[in-house]
Design a protein around this ligand. Structure first.
Ligand SMILES: Nc1ncnc2c1ncn2[C@@H]1O[C@H](COP(=O)(O)OP(=O)(O)OP(=O)(O)O)[C@@H](O)[C@H]1O
Ligand SMILES: [Mg+2]
Length: 432
């Protein structure tokens, strides 16, 4: 890699022609270019990242390497966009660990380092934290900073999704009951039914024996205890609110075995609803254009940021969220859907999420299998294999490689310090 002595800002994620057209409008400050070798390198040009057009961004790196931290730097970039751009996008953060709420607070702890970067501690005013409806009181009682609750419309969950959620297979008698029950619920209630209506439909299917029906009802009762299903469902504009970063906190389902399904269904339903919504909007926009009008939409862009992405898009097991997210990855550009995925195990991530990303950001990786899995990315404009570049990456936190397909360049960078408080710090037994 050669070192570049220019002082002009670099824009990643944006093509040359878009840079000519838009300059640095709609970008966020992400990093600075590493200008020398060694463990404490000189930093140079600022790296700005395009946030205004659809992208698939993949952030990789080993445990504690700075992935969640870098995601927060992205999030801050959205918050700092001028209102005329910010209000035309909605940003959704799927928070599996429960660490993004602290972005409301300023990062006073790293004030000195921020000043060195020409920045200052600053909390985000336009960040909302939503928790599952049934967990809202718990959060409030414990004085945890939440802004509202979300829930999912029961009728949005297909019979097949209920089967996967309950780990049922085709040979289980309960599966047959579910198929029939959901069909009957749809005929009887249209798309307006909740779990009580499902119970009553199951009760009415008297051709099945009572024991099987009771066992199935118990499964649905367990689903009720997750506190996310309702007849109405949160309107999608309440979840993906234009101009705001909305954190969907699913961390309460984090630790319990079997609960991965709950997180998956939340992402699957949100992903599906957002996709449909945007497809419809795009069609309306095109019709207005054809009729000679001006392209107008309140929310032309949606960004979904998913930490621990291998949980939702695994390579070697099924996940309810996988198909939906693959659709975002493959055809999300047209309806204006962007994904930012972070994972410590690229080797476990679905290969399409790796091969289709147009912006690849990687902190150090040490496991050979992980390096090999991203090695498949090696585009023709790279002169060396990825492991050669990893070998020269400084070991300190925040150093990363950025592979940008839009400009066909590779950069070695240091991610900037965040202006918002970091609640994801590594635990330690020391008091300070
Ligand atoms: N660019 C950076 N500048 C300064 N400190 C950083 C930077 N990136 C990471 N750190 C430090 O490293 C810690 C760990 O980072 P982070 O939580 O983002 O790791 P991670 O890659 O998400 O790890 P995990 O895989 O365990 O989730 C942060 O809390 C922070 O203290
Ligand atoms: Mg993390």
């Amino acid at each position: 890699m050669s070192f570049d002595l220019s002082t002009e800002e670099v824009i990643v994620g944006r093509t040359e022609s878009d840079i000519k057209k838009y300059g640095k409008k709609g970008t966020g400050f992400l990093a600075k270019v590493v200008m020398s070798s060694g463990e404490n390198p000189v930093l140079g040009r600022k790296i700005l990242v395009d946030l205004a057009k659809p992208h698939v961004v993949l952030i990789c790196g080993k445990r504690g390497g700075g992935k969640s931290y870098s995601m927060s730097v992205f999030v801050e970039g959205f918050a700092q966009l001028p209102p005329e751009i910010r209000t035309r996008m909605a940003v959704l953060v799927i928070d599996t660990v429960g660490i993004f709420w602290s972005m409301k607070m300023p990062n006073t702890e790293e004030a000195n380092s921020l000043y060195d970067w020409g920045l200052q501690p600053e909390g985000m005013g336009n960040l909302r934290v939503l928790v599952p409806m049934g967990k809202y009181d718990f959060y409030k009682k414990n004085n945890l900073p939440v802004d509202g609750a979300f829930n999912i419309k029961t009728a949005d969950v297909s019979a097949m999704e209920w089967l996967s959620m309950f780990h049922l297979s085709w040979s289980d008698i309960e599966s047959a009951i579910i198929l029939e029950a959901i069909e009957k619920a749809q005929v009887t209630f249209g798309s307006y039914y909740g779990l009580p209506e499902i119970y009553s439909v199951i009760d009415s299917l008297e051709t099945y024996n009572l024991e099987n029906r009771l066992s199935l009802k118990n499964r649905f009762k367990l689903a009720d205890s997750w506190g996310i299903f309702s007849k109405e469902g949160s309107p999608i504009v309440d979840i993906a609110k234009p101009g705001f970063v909305t954190v969907i906190d699913v961390s309460t389902y984090g630790q319990v075995l079997g609960m991965e399904n709950v997180r998956e269904i939340i992402v699957a339903i949100l992903g599906k609803r957002l996709f449909e919504e945007r497809e419809l909007e795009r069609k309306k926009e095109e019709i207005t254009l054809i009729e000679g009008g001006e392209k107008k939409s309140d929310m032309p862009m949606i960004w979904m940021l998913i930490d621990e992405a291998h949980m939702f898009m695994p390579k070697d097991r099924s996940s309810m969220a996988l198909d939906v997210l693959l659709e975002w990855v493959r055809v999300g550009r047209q309806p204006g859907l962007s994904l930012l995925l972070a994972t410590q195990r690229p080797e476990r991530l679905h290969p399409d999420a790796i091969s289709q990303c147009d912006l690849f950001i990687s902190m150090r990786l040490t496991a050979k299998m992980d390096i090999d899995s991203v090695g498949a990315l090696r585009p023709s404009y790279l002169h060396e294999d990825m492991d050669k570049y990893y070998a020269t990456l400084p070991r300190d936190k925040g150093y990363a490689l950025i592979l940008d397909d839009n400009s066909e360049k590779l950069w070695m960078v240091k991610i900037r310090p965040r202006t918002t408080w970091d609640a994801g710090k590594t635990a330690s037994a020391f008091k300070k």
